[in-house]
Design a binder for this molecule. Structure first.
Ligand code: GLN
Length: 220
């Protein structure tokens, strides 16, 4: 079996070592005897909702996020279709923000997301949430450790649940003790570090979900 991975805007949103998540997914897949093929889909390239078993969307600086926010509107339909059809997504920080309604950047500009998920992100003045973070997932009964570094403060809508409850650190907004987001087979988080390198149980779960989606497509 060969999993097909889409690395969305991998040449633009790739700071903070987020690409380590792909190495971790590859490692877990290979441990299960599964091959792994990654393709970067970036500016002016179409996104095919049928093609992938997993989409990875990393974080980045405001400047790159602005460029991506313009281009991603052309891919919005396909990405939404992929998500609604139970496609597996891992989105970190800037990628997480762009899947929501909008993101207010550090200079006060409103950067449009694609509203694939029901959340929005405000900015904070002269401050970033930086530091170690620990959250607890009630859904999976697991604890995740990581490092956060973001200006944005994200607020989840009614149909969204957090990836976990903050035990230490700031999380989505420093107020409501939520961190990240879950919707269908989508996982979002502010964790860098990268997220999956420090949380192998989550990496294995995401690979298992991608394998299940792959098999579902073959059965069709
Ligand atoms: N530029 C965004 C913010 O500061 C995202 C940063 C990131 O991806 N770490 O919130």
């Amino acid at each position: 079996m060969r999993l097909r991975i889409c690395h969305l805007y991998g040449n633009l949103l790739n700071t903070y070592g987020d690409n380590g998540n792909l190495l971790m997914l590859q490692y877990c897949a290979r441990e299960k005897g599964v091959d792994f093929e990654t393709e970067i889909i970036s500016l002016d390239q179409p996104f095919d909702p049928e093609k992938y078993d997993l989409v990875f969307f990393g974080g980045g600086q405001d400047y790159e996020q602005y460029i991506v926010s313009k281009d991603i509107q052309d891919k919005a339909e396909g990405i939404k279709e992929y998500i609604e059809n139970d496609g597996v997504v891992l989105a970190i920080c800037g990628g997480y923000q762009l899947l929501g309604h909008y993101y207010m950047d550090a200079s006060g500009n409103k950067i449009s997301g694609i509203s694939a998920l029901d959340h929005y992100t405000l900015s904070q003045d002269n401050n970033r949430f930086i530091g170690d973070i620990t959250i607890r997932s009630e859904e999976f009964n697991e604890t995740y450790e990581g490092f956060e570094n973001h200006n944005g403060r994200t607020f989840l809508g009614e149909n969204m649940r957090p990836l976990g409850k903050v035990e230490k650190g700031m999380g989505n907004n420093g107020e409501d003790k939520t961190e990240g987001a879950r919707y269908k087979n989508v996982f979002c988080s502010y964790f860098h570090g990268p997220l999956l390198v420090r949380n192998i149980h989550l990496a294995n779960r995401i690979v298992d979900m991608a394998i299940a989606q792959h098999n579902k497509k073959i059965e069709k």
